[in-house]
Design a protein around this ligand. Structure first.
Ligand code: CMP
Length: 143
């Protein structure tokens, strides 16, 4: 079963949107296979956003994701990577369609409330930054 990494970012936690966001993921039919709420440590945040390290917004991005508690999840299901990106909507909420999390609940790129891995390679890498193997639950198939 395909797995992806999803983060409910500190602004969403502060705004009381954890339940709203998890509810959308579950209603779609995806499963939460691991979940933790914590203030992300700076090294994990830097490793997570390594590909943006040369971008002008990198420092503010890191300060933002460690500014308060966030919720880290492994989300599982067929095509979960592409489906989670669709549920989240475009990175810039200005371009995110109504019905998506960012389209309905966010207004700016720098406070776009959720993150989801953008490829199978990124999902594997990001899950390994935030979770140990034994923290991820397996679902048994019911015949
Ligand atoms: P995310 O989906 O977590 O992946 C990279 C993040 O970088 C993105 O969401 C935004 O939070 C942030 N980001 C991307 N572009 C910009 C930008 N131009 N200004 C500020 N933050 C950005």
């Amino acid at each position: 079963m395909e797995q992806t990494y999803v983060m409910i970012k500190p602004d969403a936690v502060q705004r009381g949107l954890i339940g709203e966001i998890i509810s959308r993921i579950e209603r779609k039919g995806l499963k939460i296979a691991a979940m933790r709420m914590n203030v992300m440590d700076k090294n994990s945040a830097k490793a997570h956003y390594k590909e943006h390290s040369e971008r002008p917004f990198f420092t503010s991005l890191i300060e933002y994701v460690i500014s308060g508690p966030s919720v880290s999840m492994v989300v599982e299901g067929n095509n979960s990577i592409v489906i989670m990106r669709a549920i989240n909507g475009a990175t810039n909420p200005v371009n995110a369609l109504p019905g998506t999390i960012r389209g309905d609940l966010a207004v700016e790129t720098g406070r776009n409330i959720v993150h989801a891995s953008d490829s199978p390679e990124a999902a594997k890498r990001e899950i390994s930054i935030h979770f140990k193997d034994d923290e991820i639950t397996g679902y048994k198939k019911i015949d």
